[in-house]
Design a protein around this ligand. Structure first.
Ligand code: PEP
Ligand code: MG
Length: 753
């Protein structure tokens, strides 16, 4: 034995030999328990395997009665074995029978054994089973023995999962990873995706568990840790967010953990038990993952997640696979990630991605915006996706409902294949209707515009048959860039947008950064409440240089054409006035330098801060147009974070309070002849869009995919009848949502919503 280390080194080698023997699964398990018992100097060694419905079954034992094998069963949470499985933690007891959870199973004959040590058999944070040793005498197992048994359990887990242990030949062994799962998260991008899982950051599969030379493994571990720390430090120094949409906070946490003595000590100890460096990382990760599953405090969970990520990075340092190749992506890939930045999604070959499943991410997160632009089905907030899914697993992503099916059963898959066909047929119908005008049954035209923000969005303008771009979110370009885009770069993008629009109106919105929209290269102070913070027009007025550069680029791009520009988050008239003054100054600058100006410059304000509703009369006297940002307006009216899924169901955009506010805006705008558009997500849903039309909106801007269904709604609506109905509903509605009544109206009038 090289390196003079204690622990299960010899045992691990013997286990490996047993694995190579040409025997069936049961015999192999039987040999394994004998080996472990001998090595641990225990009279009993048993393996319990977790089966369907949370039942742990005794599958092999040395020392207990053989007739109990496959007969003795315990539920998760019941008995000592069930408790270990539930907590995913070892239990070390000098007198097992005194423990309150002890459950007596007479068929095992275990009453003569007093001391008990059980550890979970973990893989990827999952409990696959429980490994137990018992002794007659009352004793407490040493810490080394606990560690050794945990390491042994890890080996057993690898055997279960690696397929080396022929699972089919052991019908009693069931692994959770073979089961189907149906999970529901947040719908991020409405499309249907069927394909196979590809990890955004692939898990390294540790094949080589046993160290040949412990000193050497310690050295490898130490060097990998050094490299890991150096790489985090340099990311922090560069202000580089690793392109991962990673926040500085995350990197700070990484750095803290990478230098954490406890973590390093645990890794070193795991190596000293005879594991290779990468197996040691996995061993420690297993523990953290198990803790993560039990942790209910979201902050601590997050930190454990960070630690898990860090473990993955360390693993890649060890195996020397720092970067994932995106070029050989299989076709029909479903990308699985904890979180992802918009730029990273764009790095993938769009033709090969069918879907995206994130553990995090909300509907308004930027990766969602990009997924929508690319037409990729995306679902967020699928907790434990990384644990439940294995590479290449069949996955169905329903970006409309937020459903994710992992390893779906054949009937589920068939149903979705049918759904895809149905959608294709419906799409073909929409394509046919693309050039039909959006005119109501009684002859009123409604302008249907699209929201965009990336060059990849532009083809949608034509494909959707929209009348123009109602909201061009300029900040998306800025968020994807690694440096502040220069005037020329900005000008090129804006000119391209106008070229593609070919005379159809385009409303640019000045930079709406701050809040959750972070520019990695723009230093901004930490804020307690970023959504209520230094963002959008507030930042633009305090740092007018940014707005001036942008205005310069926009005006140059729109030379001799029409430029429409609006400012986000205007909360009083003076803000609008000041922003307009910046634009005027820039105009003078361009004239002075001999540039051709746009034919017209039309300036508008977004209505999305409730305060401005009470200053609307004054604002309407100064603006050329207004556009309602209902996403923010609703969030601020209800004081409910738009990205928080817990609150999504609680507040309805069709509630009487929101509808009254929206009615008030359109009435005042109409009375003063100021054009008004609404460009929040609600315009993308036919029922909500119907309500908007009923309130008097004649111009709405939506995600491109919504144009066809919204147009179908408009064409089947008699606006006179709808408006009369809405007026009545609003009058006698006390409180609450009008959703169900509007739905009844749509049904009675055969309006497709
Ligand atoms: C809104 O707030 O409704 C809006 C359209 O802007 P954004 O979603 O970009 O904040
Ligand atoms: Mg907004």
């Amino acid at each position: 034995m090289r390196g003079g280390h204690p622990g299960p080194w010899l045992l691990l080698r013997r286990l490996r030999e047993v694995m190579a023997e040409p025997v069936d699964a049961q015999e192999r398990l039987d040999k394994i328990v004998v080996l472990i018992a001998a090595n641990m100097v225990a009279e009993v060694c048993s393996v319990y395997v977790l089966r369907e419905h949370g039942v742990l079954e005794l599958c092999a034992t040395q020392g207990l009665k053989q007739e109990a094998v496959h007969t003795s069963k315990l539920r998760i949470g019941k008995g000592l074995v069930g408790l270990i499985a539930e907590l995913a933690e070892p239990l070390n007891l000098p007198n097992a029978q005194e423990h309150p959870s002890f459950a007596y199973l007479p068929e095992t004959g275990e009453e003569i054994y007093q001391s008990f040590l059980g550890v979970p058999i973990l893989r990827g944070g999952h409990t696959l089973g429980v490994l137990v040793v018992q002794n007659r005498v009352k004793r407490t197992y040493s810490e080394e023995e606990v560690e050794a048994l945990q390491t042994t359990a890890m080996m057993v887990a690898e055997l279960f999962a690696s397929g080396e242990l022929d699972i089919d030949a052991a019908p009693d062994i069931d692994i959770r990873h073979l089961r189907s799962h149906h999970l529901t998260g947040a719908a991020l991008s409405d499309a249907l995706g069927l394909g196979h899982a590809v990890f955004h950051e692939p898990r390294i599969v540790v094949r080589n568990l046993i160290a040949e030379d412990v000193e050497y493994e310690q050295k490898r571990l130490g060097e990998a840790l050094d490299r890991l720390r150096a790489s985090i430090d340099s990311m922090l120094a560069r202000g580089d967010m690793a392109g991962a949409g990673e926040h500085r906070d995350v990197l700070d946490a990484y750095r803290m953990f990478a230098h954490d003595r406890g973590w390093t000590k645990r890794l070193r100890e795991a190596v000293s038990t005879g594991l290779t460096a990468e197996a040691a990382v996995e061993r420690v990760q297993n523990d953290y993952r198990a803790r993560m599953m039990r942790q209910t405090d979201p902050y601590l969970r997050e930190r454990l997640h960070d630690l898990d990520d860090l473990g993955n990075r360390l693993q890649r340092e060890l195996v020397g696979a720092p970067n994932v190749s995106r070029s050989d992506l299989p076709k029909d890939s479903i990308i699985i990630a904890r979180t992802m930045g918009p730029a990273e999604l764009l790095d993938y070959d769009r033709e090969r991605i069918r879907g995206l499943v994130l553990e995090e991410g909300s509907a308004t997160s930027h990766v969602a915006v990009v997924a929508k632009a690319l037409g990729i089905a995306a679902v967020g907030q699928i907790e434990r996706a990384l644990d439940l899914i294995d590479e290449s697993d069949p996955i169905i992503v329903d970006g409309q409902t937020g459903d994710v099916h992992i390893r779906p059963a054949a009937d589920v898959e068939a149903a979705y294949v049918e759904k895809v066909r149905f959608r294709a047929r419906r799409q073909a119908q929409y394509d046919k209707d693309r050039d039909l005008p959006a005119i109501s049954k009684d002859g009123t035209p409604v302008a249907l515009l699209v929201n965009a923000g990336l060059l990849v969005d532009l083809p949608h303008l034509r494909e959707s048959g929209a009348d123009g771009i109602g909201l061009f979110r300029t900040e998306l370009q800025f968020m994807l860039a690694t440096n502040l885009p220069r005037v020329r770069e900005q000008e090129r993008v804006y000119a391209q947008v106008l070229d593609v629009a070919a005379g159809r109106p385009v409303t640019f919105r000045s930079l709406d950064v701050g809040g959750d929209k972070v520019l990695p290269y723009l230093r901004s102070p930490r804020e307690e409440n970023p959504a209520l913070g230094w963002r959008a027009i507030r930042l633009a007025l305090d740092r007018p240089g940014l707005l001036r550069i942008q205005a310069r680029a926009l005006m140059r791009a729109a030379a001799k054409r029409d430029l429409r520009l609006m400012f986000p988050m205007v909360s009083d008239v003076t803000e609008f006035r000041d922003a307009r003054a910046v634009i005027e100054r820039e105009k003078a600058y361009l004239v002075h330098h001999g540039y051709a100006l746009p034919e017209t410059v039309t300036l508008g304000a977004m209505i999305e801060v409730p305060a401005v509703l009470f200053e609307l009369d004054a604002l309407l006297e100064e603006v050329d147009f207004i556009s309602v940002g209902s996403n923010d307006l609703v969030q601020f009216m209800f004081a409910a974070d738009r990205g928080n899924p817990r609150l999504n169901a609680r507040f309805d955009t069709l509630s009487i309070s929101v509808l009254r506010a929206l009615a008030n805006i359109v009435e005042k705008a109409d009375a003063t002849n100021v054009p008004v558009t609404l460009c929040g997500e609600m315009a993308s849903r036919p029922l909500e869009a119907m309500a908007l039309i009923g309130l008097g909106y004649r111009s709405i801007s939506m995600t491109p995919a919504a144009v066809a269904p919204v147009k179908a709604m408009v064409r089947e609506t008699n606006i006179d009848v709808l408006q009369a109905e809405m007026a009545d509903l609003m009058k006698d509605a006390g409180t609450g949502s009008l959703r169900s009544r509007l739905l009844d109206f749509a049904r009675q009038n055969d309006i497709p919503v």
